[in-house]
Design a binder for this molecule. Structure first.
Ligand code: FE2
Length: 371
């Protein structure tokens, strides 16, 4: 993938677009700082072959300033407006504990411009050691998590995300709420799942060893961190009392090699409006890049069998996705997803950034991951 995809020219009808927004201005709205520290995949215990297959060696950074005071005030107000006028579609937030929205770039030009801001992307790419771009799937390109009304239900379980890179940016004052911590495991996903009792950890009542669980510190509103979310085993704790707690969750694709690891097999289980077409565009975009490589590099002395294999390899993932679309009976339709965050305070009853819209008997067989 050499570039990300542009947003579609239109939007799914279910999304409600904000009007009368301020115009995003990186000079006024950003105040990019440096994280005090970073945790590598090696620090988390991943081995060299695993790390070599990933687009970045980064696990996650500590929280650093992203928005200016003015920027976080604007973003917070837009988040409030999007919450109050979010559509009633079950897949976009009205159900899931009432605590999140996805597809924020469809709703807000300010959010879209933020996610595509060259200064932001350059900064995050430097931290990742990989070229990042706004995620090519609009539904996950940017989401917002809100504190749920019923904090007792807002427990986020251990998981990894379905996208390779995401940031969790706190928009509200961390001193104004209790609980809701973002925590990560100092270990690999497999190790964490083994301790919790296998990949179906959502219903697990076991705990990870406290001495290996780290809590992210957010110094103030406007701070956030970057993680290679599909490699960091993490969770969001529930709030201990009702309070305003809002996080912005932009996601990114890696443009270089090794390739981005967005988990389409997970994303296709989500029920967001327009998502099947969004994922088709994503897969077609990846296939286009592979076909371009074939055109440029296919040796003229290739054997017929070798040429056939090269063609098939270029479009294998795209064809597989088409096959899934034709056999949806094998899908667990209606899943709400996993991208989440620290804020995910309500996010997942299983995964990041997404609610509990699905009955437990349907969720418990799913692997714990994927945002
Ligand atoms: Fe997550």
């Amino acid at each position: 993938m050499k570039t990300t995809l542009p947003f579609p020219a239109d939007k799914p009808e279910a999304y409600i677009r904000l009007r009368d927004e301020p115009r995003f201005d990186a000079g006024r709205h950003l105040a990019l700082g440096a994280p005090a520290r970073a945790v590598s995949l090696a620090d988390l215990g991943y081995d060299a072959p695993t790390i070599a297959a990933r687009p970045s060696r980064l696990g996650l950074t500590s929280a650093f300033r992203i928005f200016s005071d003015e920027g976080v005030a604007v973003m917070r107000e837009l988040a409030r407006r999007m919450e109050s006028n979010r559509n009633a579609d079950a897949a976009t937030g009205a159900n899931r504990l009432g605590a999140y929205i996805r597809g924020a770039g469809y709703r807000s030009q300010f959010v879209r411009d933020f996610c595509e801001c060259p200064q932001l992307l350059e900064h995050l790419s430097a931290l990742a050691g990989a070229e990042l771009a706004r995620h090519s799937v609009p539904a996950v390109a940017c989401g917002i998590n809100y504190a749920p009304d019923d904090v007792s239900r807002a427990i986020d379980t251990w998981h990894v995300d379905s996208v390779s890179f995401d940031a969790v940016i706190l928009l509200t004052d961390p001193a104004a709420f209790c609980g809701g911590e973002f925590q990560y495991f100092r270990g690999t996903q497999a190790e964490g799942e083994a301790i919790l009792g296998g990949s179906g950890v959502r219903g697990s009542t076991r705990e990870l060893p406290a001495e290996r669980v780290e809590t992210m510190d957010f110094p103030a509103a406007g701070y956030g961190f970057l993680q290679q979310g599909d490699m960091v085993f993490h969770r969001a704790c529930r709030l201990r009392e009702r309070a305003e707690r809002t996080t912005l969750l932009p996601s990114f694709v890696a443009l270089g090699a090794p390739p981005d690891r967005t988990n389409v097999d997970s994303l296709r289980r989500w029920a967001d409006p327009g998502l099947p077409a969004e994922l088709a565009r994503h897969e077609a975009h990846l296939a286009r890049g592979k076909l371009a490589g074939l055109i440029d590099d296919l040796p003229l002395e290739s054997t017929p069998a070798g040429i056939a294999a090269a063609i098939e390899a270029a479009v294998a993932s795209l064809n597989r996705y088409a096959a899934h679309l034709r056999a949806p009976e094998n899908e667990s339709a209606g899943d709400v997803g996993d991208v989440e965050d620290a804020a995910t305070v309500g996010d997942r009853a299983g995964r990041a950034g997404h609610p509990e819209s699905k009955p437990e008997h349907k969720r418990k067989h799913k692997p714990a991951a994927a945002h």
